[in-house]
Design a protein around this ligand. Sequence first.
Ligand SMILES: NC(=O)c1ccc[n+]([C@@H]2O[C@H](COP(=O)([O-])OP(=O)(O)OC[C@H]3O[C@@H](n4cnc5c(N)ncnc54)[C@H](OP(=O)(O)O)[C@@H]3O)[C@@H](O)[C@H]2O)c1
Length: 267
Amino acid sequence: MTKLAVLGGGNLGRALALGWVAAGRFKPSDIRVTRRQADKLQDLAELGYVTSGDNAAAIRDADLIILAVQPQQLDDLLADIAGGLDERKHRLISVVTGVSIAQIRSRIGTRVPLVLAMPNTAVSIRESMTCLAAGDESEKALAEATALFDLVGRTLVIQEEMMAPATALCACGVAFFLRCIRAASQGGIEIGFHPEDALLLASQTARGAASLSLREGAHPEGEIDRVTTPRGCTIVGLNEMEHRGLSSALIKGLIVSARAAENLYSE
Ligand SMILES: NC(=O)c1ccc[n+]([C@@H]2O[C@H](COP(=O)([O-])OP(=O)(O)OC[C@H]3O[C@@H](n4cnc5c(N)ncnc54)[C@H](OP(=O)(O)O)[C@@H]3O)[C@@H](O)[C@H]2O)c1
């Protein structure tokens, strides 16, 4: 039975630990979660997770290790665990933004299998889009990591050089799509709905649109054609939004975001 160590029980680390148990694949007692202020993990401890501030001890009892700290915190964390890593036992998954396989390898000094994963905050509701990458030497670990993240949403294996674009489209993308929902709800208020109703209508409509787009063989433009009757109220709204740069704003925002993410990976 695989034992997990989530090193860095912050927003993402906690959401992953909770999601893997909610998926029914792990018991809380299968998962060690650490952070320096271990008292802040009390709620997880009460649920049966094994919590502590001791990274070295956490990896002794685990085989699959998830690195979930901020980029600037990673060196200290790796210094804690490097001496205890065992190539025959451990596999590492890093969800740390902007840190490459080579950078991690140079700090741990072992050939322990290593996978990069880029999930998003929707892991908390098991609806993440997670991109994963690994070097050839970690192919088995990549399959294992993919299965693990399949428990908290959907996954796609990509080349490592696509991690920065994946960061923009999927991790930052949550904020981009939420801003679209927020804007739609603001418009909804102006056309007559109470704020909470407007937000519900915008959010559920966005969810429905995403689900239509996710169906096998579907394409957004095909679904749009179904709701745009000639001279109708959809096409006038849509064309006005395009005149005001809707698609262009999203595309340009993504490009700038991916460039900023690229700078992180090349630092
Ligand atoms: N949030 C997202 O949607 C998302 C998506 C994709 C990737 N990421 C990446 O995932 C990583 C974590 O993000 P986050 O939002 O969860 O950040 P966060 O909330 O700041 O969590 C980081 C956690 O790491 C702990 N920590 C720091 N140093 C540690 C150490 N030496 N040993 C053990 N724990 C330590 C911190 O707690 P203490 O201060 O108590 O130690 C904190 O709880 C980041 O690199 C981020 O870029 C995040």
